[in-house]
Ligand binder design. Structure first.
Ligand SMILES: [Cu+2]
Length: 219
């Protein structure tokens, strides 16, 4: 019987080496496999391994809060801020506003400069419905006169574009138009004063409650 010198037979010694080798490989395989599972869990549960991966998501609440705070601090809506930022006095003398088939104007506020001697408002009906069903016009009054004039306009009828005839409370009024049409009205700024409280609206019966906005005259 041959002897390896360690008390084993030569064949048993070789066999032992092979078994140890296999166990080492197996253990390493399990370690890598287990390691990958843990790594994947870490990646899923935290963004530690990818600092930039979810950075927008993690910053979002802070940004949303600061925007809200800014809006609250200056007390102005985003629309007003946009209007002020984009305001050009000369350009403001020509206003364009759209009405659609869903009883909406595309503007909640219009801002003109007190330096305009005349103001032209162009109304575009971007819908498809006819004037007798979904007609729109653009009427301007002092805010205090808005409701009474809108009500009186309903009684004036389509023949008068739903605007009371010879009514001094009406600062400006366009024709009633249907889908795809466009109309405009030009009026003097003599009846306007900077800082005055004006409301524009559509006087088609039932529309003024939704189709209205504030008309601002700036110095
Ligand atoms: Cu309308």
């Amino acid at each position: 019987m041959s002897d390896s010198g360690l008390g084993f037979s030569h064949n048993r010694f070789i066999g032992l080496i092979v078994v140890i080798g296999v166990l080492v490989l197996l253990f390493e395989g399990i370690s890598i496999f287990g390691g990958n599972i843990i790594k994947a869990q870490v990646e899923r549960s935290t963004s530690k391994n990818h600092p930039n991966k979810n950075i927008e998501k993690r910053l979002q609440p802070a940004i949303a809060l600061s925007q809200k705070e800014a809006a609250n601090n200056d007390g102005l809506s985003d629309d007003v801020v946009d209007a002020v930022v984009n305001f050009v006095a000369a350009d403001s003398c020509n206003q364009v506003i759209e009405g659609n088939d869903m009883l909406q104007f595309n503007l909640k506020e219009m801002v003109v400069s007190s330096s305009c001697s005349e103001i032209t408002v162009t109304l575009q009906h971007t819908g498809a419905m006819p004037a007798n069903v979904m007609g729109h016009n653009w009427v301007l009054t002092n805010t205090a006169d808005f409701m009474p004039v809108a009500t009186a306009g309903g009684g004036a009828g389509m023949a008068n574009n739903y605007v009371p005839v010879n009514d001094a409370r009406v600062i400006a009024a366009s024709d009633v138009i249907g889908g795809g049409a466009e109309t405009s009205v030009t009026f003097s700024s003599d009846l306007l004063s900077a800082g005055g409280d004006y409301t524009f609206f559509c006087s088609f019966p039932g529309h003024y409650a939704i189709m209205k906005g504030s008309f601002v005259v700036r110095d």
